[in-house]
Design a protein around this ligand. Structure first.
Ligand SMILES: Cc1cc2nc3c(=O)[nH]c(=O)nc-3n(C[C@H](O)[C@H](O)[C@H](O)COP(=O)(O)O)c2cc1C
Length: 214
């Protein structure tokens, strides 16, 4: 079992973090837990800062983060049996130029991610603003997500979807656990703008496209 730190010597916020991380707990030390009773309001996303009690729930987390727009990509891979795997992600980002690295964050609950991971390589397809129906299809859980989805294979061997704005072909570089998601790094092997135009955007639960200020 973890050693129980002396909670009398540290600030309330730090105490809360220690409890939350499971370093000590109600069962182990009822009295110390009661010193910071507001910890009981913590949720899986709840955190107390070093100044005291600030807590929030998962709905608040989603609501606030929903104010940040993202693009929409489909990460694709080809499995050993020739079946295409793919998942929609809004969490795609460029990471490093030298070496060329990109990243996305699949949920640990994703059924497509293990299939992509097994392939050891993947292609990030940046969806165009007119590809919302394709997005909805590939974000689903149905068995044959790729039914009717036209695509070709990249030189690296991963599916490039017809009509996307651009694609980025990658070798799987690293996977790090991060809470209920993974941080996946891809080393870029090839990339191209396929169809210059507006990408599909996702904002506060809805889809749209970019409009430049005049
Ligand atoms: C706009 C949008 C963005 C999404 N972004 C992510 C993401 O970044 N990471 C993730 O794991 N799932 C994301 N999803 C959910 C997945 O696309 C998909 O629904 C989920 O992975 C379930 O399918 P799977 O079990 O086949 O992976 C997103 C869905 C939508 C519609």
């Amino acid at each position: 079992m973890h050693g129980v730190p002396d909670l009398c010597c540290i600030s309330p916020g730090i105490k809360a973090r220690l409890l939350w991380q499971g370093l000590c707990g109600k069962d182990q030390d009822e009295q110390r837990w009661s010193e910071i009773g507001d910890c009981e309001a913590l949720t899986p996303y709840g955190v107390l800062d070093v100044t005291g009690a600030v807590s929030f729930d998962s709905a608040t987390f989603r609501h606030v983060l929903g104010h940040y727009p993202t693009g929409v990509c489909v990460v694709t891979a080809l499995e050993a049996d020739g079946a295409a795997a793919g998942m929609v992600v809004g969490s795609f980002t460029s990471v490093s130029l030298d070496p060329p690295l990109v990243a996305f964050f699949p949920a640990k609950s994703s059924e497509s991610w293990p299939r992509i991971e097994r392939a050891g390589k993947f292609c990030v397809n940046i969806l165009a603003s007119d590809q919302q129906p394709l997005c909805r299809q590939l974000a689903g859980k149905q068995l044959d997500k790729f039914a009717g989805v036209t695509h070709r294979l990249s030189e690296g061997g991963s599916p490039i979807l017809d009509g996307v704005v651009a694609w980025i072909d990658c070798q799987l570089d690293a996977v790090h656990g991060a809470g209920d998601h993974y941080i996946v790094l891809g080393r870029v092997t090839a990339l191209e703008v396929e169809k210059p135009g507006k990408p599909l955007l996702f904002f506060q639960g809805g889809y749209g496209e970019f409009t430049q200020f005049i």
